[in-house]
Design a protein around this ligand. Structure first.
Ligand SMILES: [Fe+2]
Length: 396
């Protein structure tokens, strides 16, 4: 028996329906809440899915009415959310269905949360809003993720961006957690390989960060570790097969779903502490930022822990990650295994051809501004300014 006391609390989860083909159930599931459906989707990627899966037909079978279908841009803005809320406020929407990546799901959470009142999201956006206290309720939301990345389907926040004012901020409330998440790994077949790579790295990083978090619990650890093993085994085959490998699709989609649950319950670390501001200040997709920082951020953590906290639980956890991802030789000593994990994660980022930050116009002179807006969240070791900035520098 492990001699420790356990305390934890869990965020509410959506009902989860996971498996190949479950997208076919979206219409009948929506009918639990009503017949008047508002569909929120992406643009081009939705058309590829529509062609392959006939989503509009599934949604409108029986007595169901599509009150509207609105498409969300890559980085949704508060203005876009407000326009859709104003348009549909008086149209008796009974259920919102969101089909898309993290941006679409985030925007849909905001829209579903504001439709009952017609309020502007600027009333509630943290840090930059007017500081209103959101009370809910939200219109029931069904989240259908089409990328395996953010895990947004399981969380309570909708991230919105205003590029002109340079912010990326959340509208956050437990009432925004979707009622139901339908996660169909088959939807990944239309994802381009570069998107599979970036989003998969985002999910993997979310798992590693929440597993290593100072707020991790046995509950989140057991979920995260198993998912790390699956995504660790599935990501390269999924990318190499351009989404065609069915077992890899399942493994990566499962890992992404679990990453949403573990991040909501254990928090994140330095990769996401940097990804927020970098994504707010520069036009870099979230998955690319997380992917590009993944290797070097963990190498920096491992080195800092070896130097300042060599007996830490976090280093034991790093060894476990190396084992689960099959990046270390189990017969080697701990120091060698940690080296193998560091270089294994760096090689993964190289192999997946994750772009460097300079490709998005970021230069060394931007580092102070990035650090000013960054925090280390629940990272297992407090990095010095030099170490923290060094992570960004190494990927420019
Ligand atoms: Fe993320």
């Amino acid at each position: 028996m492990m001699r420790e006391t356990i305390s934890l609390q869990s965020a509410r989860l959506p009902a989860l329906v996971f498996g190949p083909g479950v997208v076919q159930q979206v219409g009948e599931k929506a009918a639990q809440w009503g017949q008047r459906v508002l569909l929120i989707s992406a643009s081009a990627s939705f058309d590829r899915l529509e062609q392959r899966f006939g989503l509009l037909e599934i949604l409108t079978q029986g007595d169901r009415v599509l009150v509207g279908h609105r498409r969300i841009s890559v980085e949704p803005s508060p203005q876009q959310v407000d326009e859709i809320v104003t348009e549909f406020y008086s149209q008796q929407v009974e259920v919102v269905v969101a089909i898309g990546g993290g941006s679409v799901l985030d925007a849909a959470k905001c829209i579903a949360g504001l439709l009952p009142s017609g309020d502007s999201v600027m009333e509630y956006l943290e840090g930059v809003g007017r500081g209103g206290q959101y009370q809910g309720p939200s219109i029931p939301l069904i989240a259908v993720p089409t990328t395996a990345g953010t895990g947004s389907e399981a969380s309570m926040n909708g991230v919105l961006s205003d590029r002109q004012q340079g912010f990326k901020k959340s509208f956050r409330h437990p009432a925004l957690i979707p009622q139901l998440a339908l996660i169909d790994p088959d939807l990944l077949v239309t994802s381009p390989p570069a998107l599979i790579a970036a989003n998969g790295c985002d999910a993997l990083s979310q798992l590693l960060e929440s597993y290593l978090s100072t707020q991790a619990t046995p509950f989140t650890d057991s979920l995260a570790l198993e998912a790390i093993a699956r995504i660790g085994g599935g990501l390269i085959p999924l990318w190499e097969s351009a989404g065609e490998d069915a077992a890899a699709r399942s493994a990566v989609a499962y890992g992404a779903m679990i990453s949403g649950i573990t991040l909501a319950n254990a928090g994140l670390g330095v990769v996401h502490g940097l990804a927020g501001p970098i994504g707010g200040l520069f036009p870099v997709p979230h998955g690319v930022v997380c992917g590009t920082l993944l290797g070097v951020a963990n190498r920096t953590n491992i080195e800092a822990l070896r130097e300042r906290d060599p007996d830490s639980v976090a280093l034991q956890k790093y060894c476990m990650i190396g084992k689960k991802m099959a990046l270390c030789e189990p017969s080697k000593g701990r120091s060698r295994r940690l080296d193998q994990l560091s270089s294994g994660l760096m090689s993964l980022v190289e192999k997946l051809q994750i772009p460097r930050l300079r490709e998005y116009g970021i230069t060394e002179s931007d580092i102070p501004r990035i650090l000013q807006h960054s925090d280390q969240k629940a990272n297992p070791v407090v990095l010095t300014e030099r170490e923290f900035g060094g992570i960004v520098q190494a990927r420019i």
